[in-house]
Every structure is written in structure tokens, then in C-alpha cells.
Design a protein around this ligand. Sequence first.
Ligand code: PLP
Length: 466
Amino acid sequence: MANVAEIAEMDRKTVLHPFTYLKDYASGGIHPTIVETGKGVRIQDASGREYIDGFAGLYCVNIGYGRTEVAEAIARQAYKLAYYHSYAAHTTEALARLSDRLVRMAPGKMSKVFYGLSGSDANETQAKIVWYYNNLRGKPQKKKIIARERGYHGCSVVSGSMTGLGFYHDHMDLPVSGILRTGVPHFYRGAHPGETEEDFSARRADELEALILAEGPDTVGAFIAEPVLGTGGITPPPSGYWPKIQAVLRKYDVLLIADEVICGFGRTGAMFGSDLYGIEPDLVTIAKGLTSGYAPLSASIVSQKVFEVMEEATPRVGAFSHGYTYSGHPISAAAANAVLDIVEREDLAGQSARKGDYLLARLKAEFAQNPIVGEVRGIGMLAALEFVADRGTKASFDPGLKVGARISQAARDRGLIARAMPHGDILGFAPPLVMTEAEIDEMVGIAKAAVDSVLVDMDQQGAVAG
Ligand code: PLP
């Protein structure tokens, strides 16, 4: 048994943790959770405490923890060949088989797969491909990329700039130039009184068109969006949104990058979010569910339309000069093949659709009438509760009350990981797609107890409208 105090101390002194209050951690105000094992939908920490992982890590462990067939595939590849690069036409069987499969599975008319290691780097690649494509076809001005408010696309330099949440930019000199912003399609928060979902979607599409016209269509290269907005609040699009947006993009020859990092591989109840909403992307970004987190891997999938321009230009421009040491890493490719075998064999997209309906129905039954829950929403195995101080006016709580974070902590104290989304008071659920109905009941029951406990505190503080 590892010495918990020793590990914690080493960690505290040496690890620069993402998204962590640095001083609080360094001074002992925050304690590390040393995660030791995982099985199915549960993880266990070094003190033996078990948690239901209602967020599948970071929306990625879709097949659940402890799937030994993936571990064995990784081991087989590591014994055979742990590494070779994919520069200058080198490849491995695992990589070729994975790419063949992805091109066939992916939405739209796809042609080639470029590999990275994270969603952030894959979106960084997408930006470069947009710029490259428009340079090669003689449109060097057509470079700006439109992203949405509250969109999340990563936190490297360009992907972080595409992310539309201000606290990812603050003190980091982001966003860089050339990134434009358009409105978020969140009906509950954004609709005008009396507007239908279709009206609201039409207004968002009109705003997009007005932005493209104001900037000049010859200067706008691409639009990037998640089929279902994720980290910005787990918000399924209103009806009519995607057809209307795509009509505008086609009119002005603007490429569509579908960021499927969360939605891909069954999360929404279809294999890709694009399949669910009739999206025909020119570029598709995948990561997370591709390997279910068993190894790092991401990809930027390029359509025939874009690839033809890249291919044609070879005699003029030479090699495609972009790549990473670990692009197409054989161990990650082997992990992805084993994970996709499970996704297909167990019909995880179908399971996600059925269990997602059950999850949403259970959340609605428990929370639709709750005095601090303004909206219960979801699609597939993605769901969220949005907390409000006043259901009538939809007024938010004072951010200082940290309602979302307190509820998430109260859930954690009761053995459930459900994420306080970084924007607003929103509790997010994105469990492994293999979660059973009994486990969904258990998860929703704990969430209910957590919300009730915080509601009692809030009532005592007089923070809830009567
Ligand atoms: N795109 C989307 C839609 C995401 O949700 C994320 C991460 O949550 C990313 C990109 C960035 O992926 P990564 O954290 O692997 O860089």
C-alpha cells in the first residue's frame, strides 16, 4: 500500500496542476485526491473511498474503467513496437486500420486523418489547415475563424482563443487576432419573450450572416462549433439551429469545423453529434471517446473537398509541413482500435440514446419542480441542471455564493462526481455510456440529496426567491 501522506506531499511540492488554485494547494488548503483504481463507472482513491464517476473523467471514459481487453491491446502493441513516427509516409498496421475505420465512420465526406494527442492540438491543426487551404487556393485574406460565445475548443494558443469563455483568456494574452465571436444557441438564456426555438435559431443564423458581411466574406475562413455545446454549459441546440447555420456558411464559402471532441463516439446517442443534427462538416475534430482516455489520442479529420486542394498543391508547395513526434502513436492507435471494437460491439451509441432518455426523465422527475432549478436539459448521456435564484425571472445567484461548486462538493461528499461547470451555476453529468439504469438511479439520488442539502443552507441565508 502506497504511503498516502508521502505521495500527497511529493505532489504538492512538484506538480503544477491544471485548473487548481495554486496557493491553496501549495499551502495545504486543498487536498489531492490520489486516484488509484477504476472499475465500470466507479473510481477509488488511495484511502479506499469510492466515487461514482458521473463525468467519465473529463467526458472521456465512455467504455467505463478497467476494460482489460484495451489494456491487453496496448500491451500487445507495446511488446511488438512501442513507437515509430508517421513522418515521410511511415506507418503501422494499427494506424492504417484505425484511419480506414475513422474515414468510414466519420460524418460528411471525409478523406484523411491527421493525428495529435489532445483536443486542443487537434483544433490548433484545424486552424492551420483552414489557413493552408485558403492560401493554396489563392484566397490569402480568407483566414478569420468564427467561434461561439461559451464554446470550448481547448486551451492552447489558437484553440484557447477559439474558446469563448473569458476566464480561459484572462492574464494569458488571449485571444489572438483573427478569431471572431458569435452568439451561443442557448434558448433558455438567450430567447426573447415569445420567441420560438425556430425563431431564436433564425436570429442566431442572421447574426452569423451579419457578422460575415460586416467582416467581409472574403476574410472569413471557417466557423467552429461543438454539435452540443459542452464545457460552456452542456446545452443542446434549439430546433432548426444547425440547418440554418449551415445555410449561411455555404452561402459565403465558410468551412465548418465540427468539434466532436465530446460528442463523438456515442455520447449524444448517435455515433457523432453531426449525425444527430444533420451536420455536414468540412473538418472534424475528435479526441476523448476515441480512446475512452485509455491512451492520449486526437485527430483532425479532413474532407475530400479540403484534401483535394492540399493534394493538388504538392508540386508547388512541397510536403505538408506539420506534424508531431507522436502523431499516430502506435500504442494510442492500438488503444483506439480496441475501444472502437467495444463501442461497435456493445452499440454504445444506441445504449447512450436509451439510457440518456432514462437519465433525462429521472432528472426531470426529481428536479423540474425544484425551487432553485431553472432548467433540466440533456441529450444522450450528457445532462445538466442550471440553478437560479428565481425561477420566474431566471435571475442567477450571486456568483460569490458559489452555488454550483457547493452542490458539486456536496455530491462528492456523498460519493458522486458531478461537475460544477466553469460558467454559471450548472451541474453537469456525462457518465460512462455503460452506466446501468440502477447506477443512474443511484447517481440521481445522490445528486438530489446534494441539491437538497445546499437548498437548506441557501434558504437559511435567504438566497432563494420565495
Ligand atoms: N474541444 C472540446 C469540445 C472539448 O470539450 C475539449 C476538452 O474538454 C477540447 C476540445 C480540448 O481537448 P483537450 O483537453 O484534450 O485538449
